[in-house]
Design a protein around this ligand. Structure first.
Ligand code: SF4
Ligand code: SF4
Length: 146
């Protein structure tokens, strides 16, 4: 539900790199870097929400998190489904995958594009390089044994 005029990814790229260099859920900080509620939202509330970057408590970030998926017992520890709950339940175990920010309706699309085109692409490059190294290691071990 962010506004039509969104974050300029070139302006937030450096901040996003810092956010994703830290081992903790990034969704709240991505939300606060976003443009906030646009005036065309369909929520039936009296309050003027335009520009609000608040967490909606929708729980989408928790549902998209691989750490939560791998260990569902974490979910049972809290009733709330907010970014704060995600921070509490995942903390430093965060994989820094960016799924939570991609799933959040309050994070600007431009930030999501940055995550898909740069952050995830760099992660794939690292994984491919790692797997190539691992394959060489396995080959070395195999040749060493023969
Ligand atoms: S979805 Fe990914 S980046 Fe977000 S908290 Fe979970 S592991 Fe961390
Ligand atoms: S996905 Fe929903 S619960 Fe999570 S930070 Fe965004 S608005 Fe809040």
């Amino acid at each position: 539900m962010p506004q039509r005029i969104q974050t300029d990814p070139a302006r937030v790229e450096r901040v996003l790199k810092v956010v994703f260099s830290q081992p903790r859920p990034p969704v709240a900080r991505c939300r606060l870097l976003s443009s906030g509620f646009g005036p065309a939202h369909m929520l039936k509330v009296d309050t003027d929400l335009a520009g609000s970057q608040a967490c909606l408590g929708c729980g989408s970030c928790m549902d998209a998190c691989p750490v939560m998926a791998r260990d569902p017992r974490r979910r049972a520890r809290l009733e709330t489904r907010t970014s704060m709950a995600l921070e509490t339940l995942v903390g430093e175990d965060c994989d820094r995958c960016g799924n939570c920010a991609l799933a959040c309706p309050q994070v600007d699309t431009t930030i999501k594009h940055y995550l898909v085109q740069t952050h995830l692409a760099e992660g794939m490059d690292r994984l491919l390089a790692q797997s190539a190294t691992d394959e060489m290691l396995v080959l070395d071990l195999y040749l060493g044994e023969s």
